[in-house]
Ligand binder design. Structure first.
Ligand SMILES: *Cc1c(COP(=O)(O)O)cnc(C)c1O
Length: 489
């Protein structure tokens, strides 16, 4: 070897390890677009099981997880095989028979937003970590604020990872408002929260997390379907006052998870205004009806709220999670995380607000982008049509059920949630067994709720592919399931 060649070998730059290779990205993306495109197409057409549920032990084998973890070496070609199996073994939210939990059927533009986040990771809780991402979030929050009916100048909010965290965040804002020294001194022991028993589990959890204790959640009297009896609210407040307690906030559902029924926001909101109480509206699921003129009335009075939670990852078709905490006065959210809102923080040279000052989270995902892309692509009207369509299809299911003597329903739906059961299989164990039978059968995935003290099957119409003929097939399948479990009693 000549000295010259030796020298040039030494001078050659090392291969850049860990960098993205454009050709590898392109090959991987080709696999992704083909596989995921096929997956959505098949799912929408109702081919494939709506949900698979092998055990982790079986799945670990099917997916060769241990080998991949031990040996590595996946590339575009083996990704193709892995992804194919992975998608087979999950739950298809685009499937017409997907009628289970309140998870969005993700729309195409939102999925692109997730990809952009995955690539860029602009974790912009500090403005300098992603000016565009932060500005997009501010814009969609302003849009949501305007839909609630508040002025954008004084109202504000933040997007967080889920409705549960959004409820906790709202409770922190309520706490700072009712007990300004709680940030440094802790939650006072006389604090109570009034909520209907039908409220989401995260309200009680939130009460425990912020140091109120879940025993401090005082149930508001409700009708048989779990809706707040407005006339009783002032009495409950007075009874608490006489016991030396102080109401930190009053919570109402829009709509309740188990039933999809809306509380009378106007009624509860007026009482809160009269008594000077913080009014929190949990519109995680049902807030999206604000986009539909014909449905907006269900949320009449929402503008009386001090805080509102509204999930984009339910009816606005983004992936899990993207939840808005909206407050009537911006400053209430800033005070939740500091004893005094420190405006200096916003007046330095960063160029924009640090959203970290409004949320429990440290770094923040680019949650606004996926909602923004859905809005930009489909338009507010397009999203509204989707919501209206799912509510209408659920109502149609209820009409079909009501027309059949062999089914019963506990109430007329106000959203896309419908409860029902076959009359000849009314028992709790039968609802559970029918649901299991349907999941094993593979055409339908239902949930289940307790309403008026007894268990029902619950259908939540989320997928745009669920149509009239799906509903007829569903009733036939449930009849078949009822035959299977009839002897259980
Ligand atoms: C879904 C839901 C929540 C919780 O939202 P996650 O995003 O699942 O944490 C809270 N309240 C209501 C009324 C809901 O429907």
């Amino acid at each position: 070897m000549s000295p010259r060649r030796e020298m040039s070998a030494e001078a050659a730059p090392p291969e850049p390890r860990g960098q993205w290779v454009p050709a590898e990205w392109e090959a991987a993306m080709a696999v992704m677009t083909r596989r995921l495109g096929m997956y959505v197409d098949e799912s929408q057409r109702g081919t494939g099981r709506v949900t698979a549920r092998r055990t982790p032990a079986e799945l670990s084998d099917v997916l060769s997880l241990q080998r991949w973890i031990r040996e590595g070496g996946m590339d575009a070609r083996s990704l193709d095989d892995f992804l194919g199996r992975y998608l087979e073994e999950g739950t298809r939210l685009h499937h017409p028979g997907y009628l289970a939990h309140q998870c969005a059927c993700p729309d195409l533009p939102a999925a692109l937003g997730d990809l952009v986040h995955g690539v860029t990771n602009n974790a912009m809780s500090l403005y300098e970590m992603g000016a565009a991402a932060a500005t997009v979030e501010l814009a969609v929050v302003d849009w949501m604020v305007s839909k609630v009916g508040w002025p954008e100048q004084s109202a504000g909010g933040v997007l967080v990872n889920g409705g549960s965290l959004a409820n906790v965040t709202s409770l922190l804002a309520a706490r700072a408002w009712a007990f300004p020294s709680a940030w440094s001194e802790g939650t006072p022991s006389q604090a109570v929260l009034l909520a209907p028993v039908s409220c989401h589990v995260s309200v009680k959890r939130g009460a425990a997390i912020i140091g109120l204790g879940c025993d401090a959640v005082v149930p508001l009297p409700c009708d048989a379907l779990g809706r707040i009896i407005v006339e009783s609210v002032a009495d409950v407040v007075e009874a608490q006052r006489r016991r030396g307690r102080k109401v930190m906030a009053v919570v109402a559902n829009a709509c309740a998870s188990a039933t999809g029924l809306y509380d009378d926001l106007q009624g509860v909101g007026r009482v809160c205004r009269e008594l000077g109480l913080w009014f929190h509206v949990d519109a995680a699921h049902g807030g999206s009806a604000l986009l539909v003129p014909a449905l907006r009335g269900r949320l009449a009075g929402i503008e009386l709220a001090d805080s509102v939670v509204w999930d984009a990852h339910k009816m606005l078709r983004t992936s899990t999670l993207a939840a808005a905490v909206l407050v009537r006065r911006k400053v209430d959210l800033e005070r939740a995380f500091r004893q005094e809102a420190d405006y200096l923080f916003f007046e330095d040279e960063r160029g924009g607000p640090d959203l970290m000052m409004r949320t429990v989270e440290g770094a923040k995902a680019q949650l606004g982008l996926k909602l923004f892309l859905n809005l930009a692509w489909r338009g507010e009207a397009g999203l509204g049509e989707y919501v209206a369509g799912r509510y209408a299809t659920a109502h149609r299911l209820w009409e079909l059920l009501r027309a059949r003597p062999d089914f019963e329903t506990p109430y007329e739906p106000q959203s896309n949630v419908v409860c029902f059961r076959p009359r000849d299989a009314p028992h709790e164990r039968q609802q559970i067994a029918m649901r299991d039978w349907l999941i094993a059968d593979g055409r339908f995935h239902l949930a289940s709720s307790v309403v008026e003290g007894t268990r029902w099957l619950r259908a939540t119409v989320m997928s745009p592919s669920t149509e009239e003929r799906t509903l007829h097939a569903l009733l036939d399948a449930v009849r078949e399931a009822a035959r299977q479990v009839r002897d259980m009693g």
